[in-house]
Ligand binder design. Structure first.
Ligand code: HPA
Ligand code: ZN
Length: 340
């Protein structure tokens, strides 16, 4: 980025990441290592050839490659290694707290036990807290291209691990799979005490965002870009303080926006919405959270105050307790006051 001072400010800025798919942090090098470990033959002969395939015209192009990549994840240790690699990266980027998605159906459909997946991830999260001081929560996503019955089965699988899962979410192919398709399973998840989030308004219209709020009763919207076209919805999001987890480099890579200069983030931020900046699937979209902050700061000409507001929003929009939020918000204030 052209402004090294701002890059330095971003690097040390304490922040939370609220929208990252653990399967989307699988770097090509680790993917090859796990393929070798598990004796899996890959379609691509080299890391470079695989990276060349990372060129997408839309969400589905990406999802096809992302689900294929996840096939190398087989054992508890694989899920541990994947999560541990992300947490080290997060620590290096000033992330103090991460709320991480995982897609159990991607793995259980291949015969991997739910317990294998969650035990590997959670062991790394515990080590992340102990060894790196990065706190975290886990959010289980239902794949929206599958039927609701499959989501119900997954929720049943999750109940013995309830203590380890903070919330449920909804991801995968958005168009044609509206939030209302999952109204019953979200209602059950709410009754079980899970927080609720859903991807909406990434490729879908603002109606999907409305449905996620009105029908699914979500606490947070993932992406939500399409809300910008609907002034009334923006007012609702603002009045209810519903956070939006925006993923700029993902939006660019999947052509949700033509370029970052026309990204709605700045308009939303200036309207006072609880918008946050996140990486989504950093191994596939060319950057972790700091590269996302840097890219929007450059394209939308955001200064230190606006970047600090985004970091504060990430804490405010998290599922931490009020006392935990206060501690992290104070550390942001302190950082900003002492940064020269
Ligand atoms: N959108 C929908 N599903 C996903 C995404 C996304 O950006 N990343 C991983 N699964
Ligand atoms: Zn996502």
């Amino acid at each position: 980025m052209s402004n090294p001072k701002l890059a330095e400010f971003i690097k040390g800025l304490p922040k939370a990441e609220l929208h990252v798919h653990i399967e989307g942090t699988l770097e090509p090098e680790l993917l090859f290592e796990l393929a070798k470990r598990n004796h899996i033959k890959l379609k691509y002969p080299t890391v470079e050839a695989l990276k060349e395939a990372y060129s997408f015209n839309n969400l589905q192009d990406f999802l096809d490659i992302y689900y294929e990549g996840a096939n190398v994840l087989q054992t508890e240790q694989d899920f541990y290694d994947l999560t541990w690699a992300y947490l080290q990266k997060a620590k290096a980027q000033g992330i103090v707290h991460a709320e991480i998605f995982f897609d159990p159906q991607t793995h259980t459909a291949r015969g991997i036990d739910f317990a294998t997946v969650i035990n590997g991830i959670c062991r790394a999260l515990q080590d992340g807290e102990k060894q790196l001081g990065v706190t975290s929560k886990l959010i289980m996503c239902f794949l929206r291209h599958l039927v609701e019955l499959s989501a119900f089965r997954t929720l049943d699988d999750a109940l013995p691990f309830k203590e380890q899962i903070a919330g449920v979410g909804l991801d995968s192919s958005e168009r044609g799979n509206p939030p209302s398709k999952f109204a019953n399973v979200f209602s059950k998840a709410q009754a079980e005490g899970f927080k609720l989030v859903a991807h909406a308004g990434e490729e879908g219209t603002s109606d999907y965002v409305r449905e996620a709020i009105d029908t699914l009763k979500v606490d947070r919207i993932d992406h939500g870009n399409a809300s910008v076209n609907d002034e009334h919805l923006l007012e609702v999001l603002n009045a209810k303080r519903i956070p939006l987890t925006i993923c700029p480099l993902s939006n660019k890579a999947l052509k949700v926006v033509e370029n970052l200069e026309c990204h709605p983030l700045k308009k939303m931020l200036h309207k006072g919405l609880l918008v946050t900046v996140n990486s989504d699937d950093p191994a596939y979209f060319g950057g972790y959270v700091n590269e996302n902050y840097e890219a929007v700061s450059k394209a939308l000409m955001l200064g230190q105050d606006e970047l600090a507001q985004l970091a504060k929003n990430s804490i405010d929009g998290s599922f931490l307790t009020a006392a935990e939020k206060e501690k992290y918000l104070n550390s942001i204030e302190h950082y900003c006051a002492s940064f020269v």
